[in-house]
Ligand binder design. Structure first.
Ligand code: PSU
Ligand code: MN
Length: 313
């Protein structure tokens, strides 16, 4: 393990041991627990995701900020606490980390977004991270300027993020343009098309199709051996049997966007509002799909972590 470990960071002993031995570790985010799904499915899913990572040969490190400390590796009680508090938990992106650590926000406890999870994973020496969906450029961003800090983080922090593509509450085309400008490769896992979270397909392509965890690990190694200190997106389509009919999801998204606009929802509340409305409007169907795709991403991330470790990390 690195002797220059950040003093603000607590690495769970099991995670620290794996990292020290060069064994595979997968980071997991916590905003998806507090803001991405309802209680108690959120905590149950987070625990199932950890089990899925283990079952595929890696150690899970769920990330959050608790009582002013950066945490890489949460136990079941900590996950239950974030899940039960739900949207009352602070949602922590890059700009929130100093406020939480200084204890001036939410008592120093927050659930980390993709951006903040990448920062803490990188501090801990974890190179691969599994989640559901990343933030992106919102529809209407040409006037709202609502662009997730996740995209800037992908441009500057060397972590590979396995996700189910980009949820169509966002503008997929603008999100891809932004990632291209900032030099972030977008890989399609087993597909030439950009997956759109609930759908396996979209109107957009990817930069490269890769078909094995070893290929993904090889791209990660090449990127960082080149001295490019950025991240990458590994887009893994939702399992076919859990994909949702395009009309159902499109109708829910259109309605959710209209409601957000009518209610003036903006800033950090925008994404959680849209996720919750889409989920409510499509009922249990989207929740089942969400759970299935997160488990599939955890499995792929574990396989990539195993390949990455076998290739020397
Ligand atoms: N998209 C999802 N599920 C999620 C999120 C996005 O399908 O849970 C969460 C992630 O934590 C992501 C965050 O990092 O929302 C992005 O929020 P914002 O757009 O405010 O940056
Ligand atoms: Mn935003």
């Amino acid at each position: 393990m690195s002797p220059t470990l950040n003093p603000l960071l607590d690495i769970h002993p099991e995670v620290a041991e794996a990292l020290a031995a060069g064994r595979p570790v997968v980071a997991l985010e916590s905003t998806i627990i507090s803001h991405g799904m309802p209680w108690p499915d959120n905590a149950r899913t987070a625990l199932a995701v950890q089990a899925e990572v283990r079952a595929h040969g890696a150690v899970p490190a769920t990330i959050a900020v608790i009582d002013g400390r950066l945490k890489a590796g949460l136990d079941a009680a900590q996950i239950e606490r974030l899940g039960q508090a739900g949207q009352a938990t602070a949602k922590a992106s890059r700009r929130d980390l100093p406020l939480l650590v200084a204890g001036v926000m939410a008592g120093g406890t927050g659930a980390t977004t993709v951006a903040a999870t990448m920062i803490i994973a990188a501090l801990a020496g974890i190179r691969i991270f599994a989640t559901g969906g990343i933030g992106g450029v919102h529809r209407g961003a040409e006037t709202s300027l609502d662009i997730s800090a996740d995209l800037q983080e992908l441009a500057r922090t060397p972590v590979a993020v396995v996700c189910a593509g980009i949820k169509s509450i966002l503008d997929l085309g603008l999100t891809l343009e932004y990632l291209e400008t900032h030099g972030v490769p977008v890989i399609g896992y087993g597909t030439d098309r950009l997956p759109a979270f609930y759908s396996r397909d979209s109107a957009f392509g990817v930069d490269a199709r890769l078909d094995s965890p070893a290929q993904v690990a090889a791209v990660m190694q090449a990127q960082w051996a080149l001295g490019l200190r950025s991240g990458l997106v590994v887009a893994n389509p939702v399992p076919a049997e859990h994909a949702m009919p395009r009309e159902t999801i499109d109708a829910a998204i259109t309605q959710a966007l209209a409601e957000a606009q009518a209610q003036g929802v903006a800033g950090k509340a925008a994404t959680p509002f849209l996720l919750a409305r889409v989920s409510a409007l499509t009922g249990g169907q989207s929740l089942a799909s969400n759970i299935a795709l997160i488990l599939a991403n955890a499995r792929l991330a574990a396989q990539v972590a195993v390949a990455h470790a076998a290739a020397g990390g």
